[in-house]
Design a protein around this ligand. Structure first.
Ligand SMILES: [Zn+2]
Length: 179
């Protein structure tokens, strides 16, 4: 199985760091977790065919489609009002494979990190569509690890990036075994 990784937002936060909280920037957390996950996926025998963090989502999608990836993973942190917390994984609305992949990753993260289970969610073009899910050929999910502006979640995002990465890699291998 071939996996393409997309840490959210711009490299080194320029011009877009994504959400920020408790001294953390989403772009940095996403990049580190994606890099660590790439290592665990490779160790598990999964082929990582590319990883791109870019402000241009068109560039990201084009690179993934040209890599002939089977699975596309976009890594993000959520933010809201300081009290919302937990993990959610988005898939393309109506994609059964996407929903399975999302569930595998969601279950691994909430089990190993103990985050609130906000469930998997379908992104429907024209309603709540997500560009990277609507335009990738691969089975695509967008992982919202936890809330960067929530004190407890931010602590996990600061100190347990390795555990998030391992959980994502296990979710992908669970998916591989399920299909
Ligand atoms: Zn984001």
């Amino acid at each position: 199985m071939r996996v393409f990784l997309n840490p959210g937002h711009a490299p080194d936060g320029n011009p877009d760091p994504g959400a920020c909280g408790y001294g953390l920037r989403e772009c940095d957390v996403a990049k580190n977790v994606a890099d660590l996950a790439a290592g665990y996926l490779t160790a598990a025998g999964v082929e990582v065919v590319g990883s791109l963090q870019s402000d241009s989502l068109h560039e990201v999608v084009t690179a993934s489609n040209h890599s002939d990836a089977d699975v596309f993973l976009s890594i993000h942190c959520n933010a809201c009002n300081g009290s919302a917390n937990g993990t959610e994984v988005w898939h393309f609305y109506g994609s059964g494979a996407g929903e399975t992949l999302a569930s595998c990753i969601q279950n691994q993260i909430v089990t190993s990190l103990g985050t609130t289970d906000r469930g998997t969610k379908g992104a429907k073009p024209g309603v709540n569509g997500l560009y990277v899910l609507s335009n990738t050929d691969a089975v695509a999910v967008l992982v919202e690890l936890a809330f960067i502006d929530h004190a407890g979640d931010a602590q996990l995002l600061r100190s347990q990036q390795d555990d998030f990465a391992r959980a994502i890699a296990r979710g992908v291998t669970d998916y591989e075994g399920a299909c």
